[in-house]
Design a protein around this ligand. Structure first.
Ligand SMILES: *Cc1c(COP(=O)(O)O)cnc(C)c1O
Length: 409
């Protein structure tokens, strides 16, 4: 008889499958009629990955000019690109206006700049404002967008409307990342909802979409002793229920319900990514504890600063486990992937798999000491496709220039 696979225990909310207040079982019905995803480019902007999301119907959500160009290159038309972030240059704003993108204004300086650009171009750009607010989770992310509580968000809307040069069509927020509270999303919807109701009642403007951003947690365990185990996190259904329930309560007429926009990043891609590595060496530390040195470190696994990434051996292993520290290959003390991992004894050359590395690693990785490895995509038929070449010396040197007085080495 083959060995049974170990599956970690999980706690799930029991769903009795009864009727909810819309008269149907939410589990099998869309809970809100108008939903649109926009792929968060910075979470993973390998073109092959982005194209999968676009193929599934996602628009693009970008936070820089270069991400904007990548989205266009992936075939996303300008009018399906949401342009977020605190830095949008004059040229990038002009291009976004030209191509009719949805510009999410981050601060007053941008609002004035965009108003001037619009006047100069004789166009009326479609805009939203990013709103930050107290949702009961701290620290507050109040550095992006206009604050709700101090009235800046309302002031920004008033200026947009009174300028007559921008077409206000949306409201945006992104309240944090790895948000463990469903309640926070309810509060965010309430506050954006009240701005939308005000826009309708005071100016006769129907807000066409409410963009709740991203922030849903992935299946990774946060670092630190008191981190919540992933099994205790709310399910995606619970977030969906809270967001859509709150939207339905906001007081929109049934035929004027705004589109719900989502910019989900990590929750959609983290679990699709694996890192394959091997053991370079094993050693005993001064206190007798065991350490494994791997051929991957924080240079390509940036998220190990936040997560206890699960690591599993990729060959038969003994049942004896030991508490080990996992180091990367860099000649730098910061290069530690796991301080405490309970792993079977590994030897030089053994292979391991690191789980849940799909979000933020292939964008935040750094070319430091070592070069970055190749990335492959495994398709639904199991075929393997190379989607990013391993780096080489020529790649590293591509952008370097030697001044004439240093030409003769
Ligand atoms: C990073 C980011 C996202 C994606 O966030 P996740 O936490 O990965 O879901 C969405 N919207 C904006 C504006 C972002 O900056």
């Amino acid at each position: 008889m083959s060995k049974l696979r170990y599956e970690s225990p999980a706690i799930r909310k029991l769903n009795a499958g009864g009727m909810n207040k819309f008269g149907t079982r939410t589990e099998y019905e869309p809970v809100y009629p108008k939903v649109q995803f926009a792929w968060s480019y910075k979470t993973n902007y390998l073109d092959a990955v982005c194209r999968i999301f676009h193929q599934e119907g996602s628009w693009a959500e970008v936070v820089s000019g270069f991400e904007y160009e990548k989205a266009l290159g992936n075939g996303v038309p300008g009018h399906r690109i949401l342009f977020n972030g605190p830095e949008k240059t004059e040229a990038e704003l002009r291009r976004a206006v030209e191509l009719d993108s949805l510009i999410h204004i981050d601060h007053f300086d941008e609002l004035y700049q965009l108003t001037d650009i619009a006047a100069g171009m004789g166009r009326k750009p479609r805009v939203a404002i990013r709103v930050n607010m107290d949702t009961g989770t701290y620290p507050l992310w109040d550095r992006f967008g206009f604050n709700y509580e101090n009235g800046q968000a309302m002031e920004a809307l008033t200026r947009i409307v009174s300028s007559g040069r921008l077409e206000l069509i949306g409201l945006h927020c992104h309240i944090g990342t790895y948000m463990m509270s469903v309640e926070a999303y309810r509060k965010a919807i309430q506050k954006l909802g009240s701005l939308a109701v005000h826009s309708r009642d005071a100016w006769g403007i129907d807000i066409r979409y409410i963009d709740i951003g991203g922030g849903f947690p992935s299946g990774n365990q946060l670092r630190g002793a008191h981190a919540t185990p992933t099994d205790a996190l709310p399910s995606i259904d619970e977030y969906a229920e809270a967001i859509t329930d709150e939207l339905q309560r906001t007081g929109f007429a049934p035929d004027a319900l705004p589109l719900l926009m989502l910019e989900t990043g990590r929750a959609l891609i983290d679990e699709a990514g694996y890192l394959l590595g091997s053991v370079l060496a094993t050693k005993r530390l001064s206190d007798g504890r065991r350490a494994n040195i791997m051929d991957f470190g924080v240079n390509i696994l940036f998220t190990s600063f936040w997560y206890e990434h699960r690591i599993s051996p990729a060959q038969p292993f003994s049942h004896h486990t030991e508490d080990v520290t996992i180091y990367g290959p860099l000649c730098m003390n910061i290069d530690m992937v796991r301080q405490h991992a309970s792993l079977p004894l590994l030897n030089k050359g053994d292979r391991v798999v690191v789980h849940n590395v799909g979000a933020y690693n292939m964008t935040q990785w750094m070319q430091f000491i070592q070069m970055r490895p190749r990335v492959v995509l495994i398709d639904e038929q199991g075929a393997v496709h190379l989607i990013r070449e391993a780096e080489d010396l020529a790649f590293i040197k591509l952008q370097e220039r030697i001044p004439p007085h240093l030409a003769d080495a």
